[in-house]
Each structure stands twice: as C-alpha cells, then as structure tokens.
Write a protein that binds this ligand. Sequence first.
Ligand SMILES: [Zn+2]
Length: 303
Amino acid sequence: MLENFEILNAEAGWFFPLLAFVFGAVVGSFLNVCIYRIPQERSVVHPRSSCACGALIAWYHNIPILSWLFLRGRAACCGGSFSPRYPMVELLTGLFFLANWILFSPLLAVVGMLFAALLILATFIDLDHMIIPDRCSIGGMVLGVVISFLLPELHGHEAISLAAHLESGLNAIVGAIVGAGLVYWIAVLGEVVFRKPAMGEGDVKFLGCIGAFCGWQGAVFGMFGGALIGSVVLLPILLLGRIFGWEQTVLGEDGSPVEEKVAFGSQVPFGPMLAGAGLLYFLILSPQVDAYLADFVTLLRTF
Ligand SMILES: [Zn+2]
C-alpha cells in the first residue's frame, strides 16, 4: 500500500494535496454544523441540516464551497440567504488542511488537521457567543496529551523509543500547564489593572489545549503572539467601529448576550487570537520561536 502511495504521489503530485483540500472543505462543512449546534447543546449528527424555512437541504445543494457559489448564497428551497461565512469556513479549513499536508509527514499532517479543525471550531463559537465550550478546550487538551504520547514526532522527537514517547507526552503536559497558567495569571493581573475581566476561564483552558499540541513554546507564543495579532486586527476594527457606530454582541451582567457599541475597552473574544497565533506557530514559526526562546532561557540562566 505504501508503494502505491509513493507511485501515485510521484506520478500525480497534485492528487494528495487536492484530496487534502477537499477533505478539509468537507470537514469545514461539518464544522459549520458544530459551530451552530454545540452552543445549543444539540446533536451534531442528527437531524440532517435543514434550511431556516424547515426544508431539508439536499446533498447536492450541500457541497462545500461550490453549492454556495452556484446558488449565489441563496437557499434552493425558499430563496432565503445563507451567510458567506459558511463557504468561508469551508475554504479556510480546506486551506489549512492543504498547508498541513504540504508541510508535514502524512501522520503529523493528520494531527495538524485535527488541531486546525479544533481551533477553527473554537474561534467561530467564541466570535458568536463569547464562550469556548469545554468540549473544544478540555477535550482538545486531553486529545493533545494522548496524541503526544502516541506520536513523539509532534514534539520533534525523531527516535521512536519508549523514552521519546514519554518525553513527548511530558512536553504536552508541560505545554498545557504553561498555557493555562499563563492566561490565568495574565487574567488575574488584567483584572487588577483594568478592574474588569480581561480574559475568561474559557481562554485559560483553550491555551492549555494549544500548549498540549505545541509544547510550552507554542503556549508562550500563543499568548504573546495572540496579543500582538489582536492589537493589529482590533485597532482598525475599533477605529472603524467608532466612526460607523457598529454594534457587537457581548455578555451582559447576568451572562446573557446583549448588543453594545464597539468602543475602546469593549469586551472582545480572545479565543480567535490565541487560535491564530497557535496555528501560526504550529504551521510556520515553531523553529524560529523555539530558537528565540532557547536563547532567552540561556540568557536567564547566566544571571
Ligand atoms: Zn428554505
């Protein structure tokens, strides 16, 4: 089977990358369902997807990305409009799956795809509801630790020995603790300085999940890289929001969602930024970040 794989890969180099992208788009389609249903605590497999008018969506009208384009964002049954966010999530998932396939060995790529899917799920639920469900964060953390024990390659251990498996698992546990701890202490500090919650309990568990997949270096980068991405992305949004008087959904005093004007000091979901930094680390920046942090640790030791 491995031989067939190598032959096909050599003869038709486009085949597996295309497959990875299509698989990603299909998973993205499923993520759309999860993003919508998980916060409502509904099953993600049953019943089948239906339109707002109640009609079931036929499979040929439910093909990732393409159906939305062919139907021009309209429902086939009643002509109601579908948000461009659906095909966007499918495209995004497809592209991240493709990137994983191109960058990593097949086994590591599959783990990377799972990680990307988790982060996309948490990102959009956080954008919609300002929460990250435990199923994503704690579930992801446990998954990250288990996979690390099974696949030492995830934390860069090449030798496949019992020691490598144990060390890799330990890397994941340390990563989870560092990640959760970092957000926890920054949240405490933030509350002291800004006198209001800067980050939630969901973010604590979520960076723990990122740390389990990426190790402590990835957790540190997730926190500080996330804050940096946040400022770069948020500043223009806040400025435009002030100019145009945009409103956003935030959690009120009693925890239920309310509309509020976008303003400086607004509540913003931090999950998407943590997720963005986590993916950036996992896919591209880990060698540079690890080298930088190693220098930093050496520097600390000289004192
Ligand atoms: Zn309809």
